[in-house]
Unconditional design. Structure first.
Length: 299
């Protein structure tokens, strides 16, 4: 059976910016069961403060602007006017000070340290990789991944653990390749699955469709790390694991809709959180609702 749900990443593990009383939080990942990252969208009021280190890495995406930000690391101080899409990157384990000079809409993503360390080990031998602080840098790929996180915060269909884990490992790889002490000198292992590895993974998905699966569950079955599993799976199948799993759930629903089982029971049997969730996904994949599909196959 799948592993027990890992502890949810909570706001109490962040620096404290997110619970400042003057900030207006619009949506966050509390209660979504995300263990590999914590995310929050908010409007931040101007402020100046210092914060003690936390273990995990912080990525802040500026969703509007431009706005001036001053960052203090030890005795070093840097002030930049940051355009929309600009990044504030802070490695885990680092105290810092910050001054925000204007109101700003942001997306905060806290990424688990162990995920970055796991991906770094896959890069092979060489000096230990350390994430480098960033202030105002632009990275379209990080923005794209952050957009996926943002959508998952507001869309139940995209908030599954396996999808969030996929985004977390992709963010870790990008930080190491473009925002670390070993940037541009690392390469990821190449190659897809053997037929046996792919069969074991897809058989496991099929046997546990009704469960909340994570990348760690699937990777363990294949004898790989989660990031290596996700990369090899997409190379072999052409789609990410969460997309493949969703298609399997839709196929499961199509089979059961040929029977007389209530649609609400079919939703749970196939791994959807409830009937409305299945209806949205089913319409997206099939082009019609489950009820209309059932009528079409029964004439």
């Amino acid at each position: 059976m799948p592993t027990q749900m890992r502890s949810e990443f909570g706001v109490q593990e962040t620096h404290g910016i997110l619970w400042r009383s003057e900030n207006r939080v619009h949506v966050n990942s509390r209660g979504l069961g995300w263990a590999s990252m914590y995310a929050s969208m908010q409007t931040e009021a101007p402020y100046a403060d210092r914060y003690s280190a936390v273990d995990d890495h912080l990525i802040i995406v500026h969703r509007d602007g431009p706005v001036a930000v001053t960052r203090r690391l030890g005795k070093n101080q840097t002030r930049r006017v940051i355009a929309p899409g600009g990044l504030f990157i802070l490695p885990g384990g680092m105290d810092f000070g910050v001054e925000l000079e204007g109101e700003l809409n942001t997306l905060h993503i806290y990424l688990r340290k162990y995920i970055v360390e796991e991906v770094a080990r896959e890069f092979g031998s060489g000096p230990p990789a350390e994430i480098v602080p960033g202030l105002g840098s632009q990275d379209l790929f990080v923005e794209q991944l952050a957009m996926g996180v943002q959508e998952a915060l507001s869309d139940e269909d995209a908030a599954s653990s396996i999808y969030i884990d996929h985004l977390a490992y992709a963010l870790a790889a990008r930080l190491l390749r473009k925002h670390s002490s070993v940037a541009h000198s690392v390469s990821l292992p190449q190659g897809g699955f053997t037929q046996r590895q792919l069969q074991r993974a897809t058989d496991y998905m099929a046997a546990n469709l009704g469960q909340s699966l994570t990348l760690a569950d699937l990777a363990r079955i294949s004898g790989l790390s989660p990031s290596h599993f996700a990369r090899r799976f997409k190379l072999t199948t052409g789609v990410a694991p969460h997309q493949y799993l969703m298609q399997m759930r839709v196929d499961c629903a199509k089979r059961l809709l040929r029977e007389r089982m209530p649609i609400s029971e079919i939703a749970l049997e196939c791994g959807f959180s409830h009937q409305e969730h299945m209806t949205r996904i089913f319409r997206r994949f099939v082009g019609m609702t489950p009820a209309i599909y059932r009528r079409s196959v029964h004439g």
